[in-house]
Design a protein around this ligand. Structure first.
Ligand code: ADP
Ligand code: MG
Length: 678
């Protein structure tokens, strides 16, 4: 039979009605669909070793089951543990599975299996946790690298391998979207060969080349799409906000302090962007407390005085409330009308506010993203400030055209330090400005990594501060009952503290499941000094600012990424009071060491780099938000590949006419749809 890309899977050998239905349920109808379903991982049986020669790390062994048993964990009775002892001629090995009692039925004592997984040495015992296994007879390519796909109950990897093998002749029909010049200059494996290698690897080296080629393709097209979108945006008519020097001087003179050098430089960059008549796309990155809000207010003033409105989008009402106050305070001398449009409003107030906005009477509207999406017409929207949240999709931007068909300027602000390579990928279509210096007089927060023994002493230190009228944050990872990992939860912690050590203090509770108005009420109480301690989850992470808060205690700190901890820590040390941050970690040495980076540096960028290195793909850096998490092969770790893809995109755009490459345009168009969503 001649297998083509569009051939129906039902015509393959071994596909009856049941399998066909199951495949369709998984989203596979044609050969093309299945070829595009890449293995989740590989079992490298070419590296089989006798048990006696195994070392910690990824292993593959062929061994006989000596014994298998199911029991309950000693400490946590809800945890079911399955254990097997397997042996070969050289030794024995313990295998462990959690919450999988059915394994005991699958493994037959006395039978041989291939086992793969990660061998660990812990508390003096070698063991492999959650290993995969297969009967030798079911391994059709024993001695080789075997593809493991994501399986369903009905279709396992063995079946998938046999189906994919029948599909492979069709790979030659696949059109390689990467231009020939790129393939040849970068010495990349052609698509057809790569797809073949991914499903049926010849050897480790070829497999790696195939993976690397796919990764390069993803990065190339992602970055190319960003650039194309950016260029398209720039052909849209923008709004001209002339620079008004007298106004700038008035603003600077109204402050009780002077601008930092970075604030001056960045404001100037933004003013020149807004003058150009091309829609601005700028990212303003600055550590917590570096004064981004002030820059936003400054440039908004310029836009408003030129006759335009500003929308400020915030992720939470808590932050919105704080911005409302900051913008009103900063812009008071100019009689600027600033309003918060959020769920705290009654429907009548809401209606009034909406019509005031639509009448052009409100200069600055602060709100969650709904202010833009909920069909509110801004008659003269000139500037959108996006603070601490998802990036703003191009489609959404295009929907903001004013009556004259002009697009507003967009300023995105974040305190999340974004490592450079990640920035290239996630924000390749934005110009980047950095606030590199802090307002003067700030003292770096002293950070301590604390073992459990320190607890009483730390509580005493905190209490001394409360006695002086200062305030404390106590942060826990969970909201309710501690999960099996033993992390503390805010509700229980709040109760415990208010009955014990801090029984004489006023304690508030803040977490994401509270209603917005409840959150607001608690935050307002804390900000006005009616509470001494705020027990909270990371909802206080972003942007919140209370002067008197000078000490923070983080429970189970190792549950957080370094960048998150750094942002949390930025909630204290916001005035001239010397501040402290206590991080409680588990006994585990490696997690304590990882968290220890916080005690050594206050540099958010440095911490983000370490985080990226430690934690891989880096969802903590807004990769998710930026819509690039769906890379199947590319790793943002691979600085070298990210940079080289960037260079190739640059020279491709410079030297080639993209219109000559219909297959490139097709991919870019399909990615545009993805990138533009949010
Ligand atoms: P960010 O949003 O970057 O975390 P903010 O804009 O909230 O920081 O600023 C933090 C605090 O620093 C605010 O109280 C603000 O008034 C103050 N601030 C901003 N710029 C300066 C400056 N140049 N000098 C002194 N204080 C400043
Ligand atoms: Mg801020």
């Amino acid at each position: 039979m001649n297998v083509r890309l569009e051939t129906h899977l039902s015509t393959l050998k071994g596909v009856g009605e049941v399998t066909e239905r199951e495949l369709a349920r998984m989203g596979f109808v044609t050969v093309r669909d299945l070829l595009d379903y890449f293995p989740r991982r590989y079992d490298d049986f070419s590296a089989l070793k006798p048990i006696a020669q195994l070392r910690p790390g990824l292993i593959a062994v062929r061994a006989r089951v000596e014994d298998v048993a199911v029991r309950r964990a000693v400490r946590n009775r809800r945890m079911v543990i399955t254990e097997a002892i397997v042996i070969d001629d050289t030794g024995s090995l313990k295998l462990t599975w959690f919450h999988a009692p059915y394994i005991a039925d699958q493994l037959k004592t006395g039978e041989e299996y291939f086992f793969t997984g990660e061998l660990k040495f812990k508390a003096g015992v070698f063991s492999v946790v959650q290993p995969q296994f297969e009967r030798p007879s079911s391994i059709d390519r024993a001695g080789k690298i075997s593809a493991i796909y994501s399986e369903t109950a009905k279709i396992n990897s063995k079946i998938l391998r046999s189906l994919v093998r029948q599909c492979l002749p069709a790979v030659d029909e696949l059109v390689d979207p990467l231009p020939e010049v790129v393939l040849s200059t970068q010495k990349l494996m052609p698509l057809a060969q790569a797809v073949r290698e991914l499903h049926e690897p010849t050897d480790t080296k070829k497999l790696q080349q195939a993976q690397s080629r796919m990764a390069f393709g993803e990065l190339f097209f992602h970055m190319l799409t960003s650039r194309v979108l950016r260029e398209e945006l720039e052909t849209e008519p923008g709004i001209v906000v002339p620079f008004n020097q007298a106004l700038a001087q008035e603003f600077v003179a109204s402050l009780s302090f002077s601008l930092t050098n970075s604030q001056r430089r960045v404001s100037w960059q933004i003013f020149s962007d807004m003058e150009r008549g091309v829609p601005m796309s700028r990212l303003l990155e600055g550590d917590v407390g570096s004064g981004k809000t002030l820059v936003a207010a400054f440039v908004a003033l310029m836009a408003i005085r030129a006759g335009f409105q500003t929308a400020v989008m915030v992720p939470t009402v808590v932050l919105g409330t704080q911005h409302l106050k900051s913008f009103r305070d900063l812009l008071k001398p100019w009689g600027i009308r600033v309003e918060l449009l959020a769920s705290h409003l009654k429907s009548k107030q809401r209606l009034e506010l909406t019509s005031a906005i639509q009448a052009g009477e409100v200069d600055i509207v602060i709100g969650t993203q709904a202010i833009i999406t909920k069909n509110i017409q801004f008659p003269r929207l000139g500037l959108v400030v996006v603070d601490e949240q998802h990036r703003f999709g191009v489609n959404q931007r295009l929907s903001l055209k004013d009556k004259a068909g002009r697009l507003p300027h967009v300023l995105t602000m974040t305190a999340t330090p974004i490592p450079r390579t990640l920035g290239l990928v996630a924000f390749g279509d934005l110009d980047v400005s950095l606030l590199t210096d802090m307002p003067p007089g700030r003292q770096p927060v002293q950070t301590h990594i604390c073992p459990e023994e320190d607890r009483a002493r730390v509580y005493a230190e905190i209490d001394k501060r409360l006695e002086r009228g200062e305030q404390a944050y106590i942060v826990c990872p969970a909201i309710d009952v501690a999960d099996p990992s033993g992390s503390r939860a805010v509700k229980q912690e709040m109760q415990r503290l208010s009955r014990t050590v801090f029984r004489h203090r006023r304690i508030g509770l803040l977490h994401g499941k509270l209603k917005p108005e409840e959150k607001d009420a608690v935050m307002t109480q804390f900000a006005s000094g009616e509470l001494d301690i705020l027990v909270a989850t990371t909802v206080i992470e972003v942007g919140v600012h209370v002067d008197k808060a000078s000490v923070m205690l983080v429970e189970s700190a190792d549950r957080f990424g370094l960048a998150t901890l750094h942002q949390l820590r930025g909630r204290v040390g916001r005035s001239d009071i010397a501040s402290e941050c206590y991080l409680f970690t588990t006994e585990d040495n490696s997690s304590r060491q990882r968290v220890g980076a916080l005690a050594r540096t206050n540099d958010g960028f440095r911490l983000a780099e370490i985080d990226l290195a430690n934690r891989g793909a880096g969802q903590r850096f807004g990769v998710r938000q930026s819509g690039v998490a769906d890379f199947r092969f590319a790793s943002l770790h691979d600085t070298y590949q990210v940079k080289s893809a960037q260079k190739v995109v640059d020279s491709f755009l410079k030297q080639e006419k993209i219109v000559k490459y219909p297959q490139v345009i097709a991919v870019v168009n399909s990615l545009k749809a993805v990138t533009s969503l949010d």
